[in-house]
Design a protein around this ligand. Structure first.
Ligand code: ADP
Length: 593
């Protein structure tokens, strides 16, 4: 890494650390309380060797038994108080740690919820979950090291140094001469530890995003008999990660052995110098015992202080992950004062709308479409033509490149995303069922709906009868993504869900694709009912669905080629007429370009 790069990195680390105080600041009173308690514990720790000195000196002076008993009782009391306070300290630090953890989760989940679809399509679910968890754990660990160990370590260091110099300055100088050693060892290990943390974060993110996809698509994995390949892929990733951990463990073990060695050296030096001083009668045995007591106890806090640097480094890696999410640009964020759209009439206009996804290929070119309230518009055209994209743009799930879309004459950029989407019910071929009851899945867009509303929506979607035949009726749990239901059943639940939401604008994107002929006839009727009084966009390949629409839009390669009624378009004899003439079994051949 070049000097410029590392300078740049340290500026970024500092900025992130300062920014992260936003999660800690609300807990500052708790942290102050804990620090005060920790200082008391540190002071008790300093008192301990001093008391030992008294006891040894009393022994040397052949003091009375009573005096010894008193001293021993004080020591016992001191130890008991310290142990009790340490327990209290422990419990309180956990509370604060959880407080920080909770605030981080609150912020991250909030952000993940509002980020545009494009973010989630780029990042995999498993990877994001892993990054959220590891990022939060890493930061909270680093935070507690610093918040809870720094103050007592400093307090102990100052008090112990003062005590040492008051006991015997020559021995104090020897002890202090050894204190930089753990610091140097810490600096030696720090870079490897930070690098390790970064590599592990990457490795686990990749590994767990793939695992998540594998389990999510287990049906495909099995039907292609790829379990073994996936297992091997996972294990090899796991081994690579473990190798990093193992190398790191070696560094850690070496570091801690070197530190132990430094402590031994310090003790031996004090012991030799102390013995000489004792033999000359310049210090008492009690003083030597006390100083030896400080040697062991002092190197710990010094180590803690020198670890701060590397803890900060590790914390920064965690923060990078956290702020990667928190700082991800929200390209579809609400404007400062968004308009709340109450009950829209459902007038929709696309005015010169163009759009390209991240890869830059233009998917929609200058789309103009005016849909009046209550109108049903079918959008047909070859697959990949941009039909679904239009429906996603209407919900402001992606930002437009050019042009604007209005609902009731208001630019959707200016409407709060929440109220905009409350006014639109969308049913996609992938219904998006949760592993929950049928009832809760239907009520997803309107959690306050009562049982009779839910049942009515299900009847309208011709779902009630099959739901009643399920083992627990409306209380049947449908499995992940509705895996315990057939494709047609899922679609009817999706339609019931949209009907219950009762929004003025309805988008049906291939919503009837998985229905058999008989249920389709029913659902056509249900959809016709549902579309009445609502602005409806139907993206469908079924002729029956399309011919009844008020208008049909032919969309090809991202351009509107024709708009008109079934009769108009048949007269024009263009793409649509060809499609209808080439129809098979009621299906428009959508791919026949
Ligand atoms: P249709 O609904 O007419 O089949 P889509 O709107 O789904 O068409 O897709 C239009 C084009 O945009 C296709 O070429 C498709 O590959 C591309 N596309 C769709 N979604 C994304 C995405 N998330 N990222 C990049 N390209 C996409």
């Amino acid at each position: 890494m070049s000097l410029v790069e590392s300078a740049h990195e340290s500026v970024r680390s500092r900025t992130l650390l300062v920014r992260s105080l936003q999660f800690v600041r609300p807990l500052k009173r708790q942290i102050a309380g804990i620090s005060a308690l920790a200082i008391i514990v540190a002071a008790l720790g300093v008192a301990e060797p001093l008391l030992l000195k008294r006891i040894f000196d009393a022994l040397g002076a052949r003091a009375s038994i009573t005096a010894l008993v008193v001293l021993a009782s004080v020591l016992l009391g001191l130890l008991a108080a310290r142990t009790a306070l340490e327990a209290l300290l422990n419990a309180s630090t956990w509370r604060t740690r959880l407080g920080v953890d909770y605030r981080l989760r609150e912020a991250l989940l909030g952000k993940l919820g509002v980020l545009p679809l494009s973010y989630h399509q780029r990042e995999s679910v498993g990877g994001t979950v892993n990054r959220v968890n590891r990022g939060i754990d890493g930061y909270v660990n680093a935070f507690s090291e610093i918040a809870f160990k720094l103050t007592p370590a400093l307090a102990y260091l100052i008090l112990a140094t003062v005590a040492l110099f008051r006991l015997e300055w020559r021995l104090a100088v020897i002890v202090l001469a050894f204190t930089p050693l753990p610091a140097l060892i810490g600096v030696w290990a720090a870079r490897e530890q930070t690098e390790r943390e970064r590599k592990l974060m990457q490795r686990w993110t990749t590994l767990y995003s793939r695992l998540n996809e594998t389990l999510d698509g287990i049906r495909i994995v099995k039907s292609f008999a790829m379990e073994e390949v996936e297992r091997r892929r996972f294990l090899s990733g796991q081994r690579e990660g473990n190798a990093i951990v193992e190398r790191g463990a070696r560094t850690d073990a070496t570091t801690s052995a070197l530190r132990g060695f430094a402590a031994i050296l310090a003790r031996i030096a004090v012991l030799i110098a102390g013995s000489i001083l004792v033999s000359r009668g310049q210090v008492t045995v009690g003083t030597l015992v006390a100083v030896l007591g400080f040697v062991g106890a002092l190197l710990g806090p010094v180590q803690g202080l020198t670890d701060v640097y590397q803890t900060l480094q590790r914390g920064t890696v965690a923060l990078e992950t956290i702020y990667d999410i928190l700082d991800a640009p929200d390209t579809v964020a609400d404007v400062a004062k968004p308009i709340k759209l109450a009950d829209a009439r459902g007038e929709v206009r696309f005015e010169g709308v163009s759009y390209s996804y991240d890869n830059g290929t233009r998917v929609l070119h200058d789309i103009h479409l005016h849909v009046t309230p209550g109108e049903t518009v079918a959008i047909v055209g070859p697959s990949g033509g941009g039909k679904t994209t239009m429906s996603l743009l209407l919900q402001r799930l992606y930002p437009l490149d050019a042009g604007r879309i209005t609902v009731d004459g208001v630019n959707i950029r200016d409407i709060s995303a929440r109220t905009l989407r409350q006014n639109i019910s969308a049913v996609y071929q992938d219904i998006g069922l949760f592993n929950d009851t049928v009832r809760d899945n239907i009520a997803y867009g309107r959690p306050t709906a009562n049982d009779s509303d839910i049942e009515e929506a299900a009847r309208m979607a011709f779902a009630h009868d099959f739901i009643m035949a399920l083992p627990d009726g409306y209380d049947t749990v449908v499995g992940e993504h509705g895996s315990r239901l057939s494709g047609g059943q899922k679609q009817r639940i999706g339609i019931a869900r949209a009907l219950l939401k009762d929004a003025p604008i309805l988008v049906l994107d291939e919503a009837t694709a998985a229905l058999d002929a008989r249920s389709e006839a029913h659902v056509q009727q249900a959809l016709a009912n549902a579309a009445r009084g609502r602005t409806t966009f139907i993206i469908a390949h079924r002729l029956a669905t399309v011919v009844n629409a008020d208008r049909i839009v032919v969309l090809r390669d991202g351009r509107i080629e024709a708009i008109g009624t079934h009769v108009d378009l048949m007269h024009q004899g263009g793409y649509y007429a060809k499609l209808v003439n080439g129809q098979m079994g009621g299906m428009l051949l959508s791919n026949a370009a």
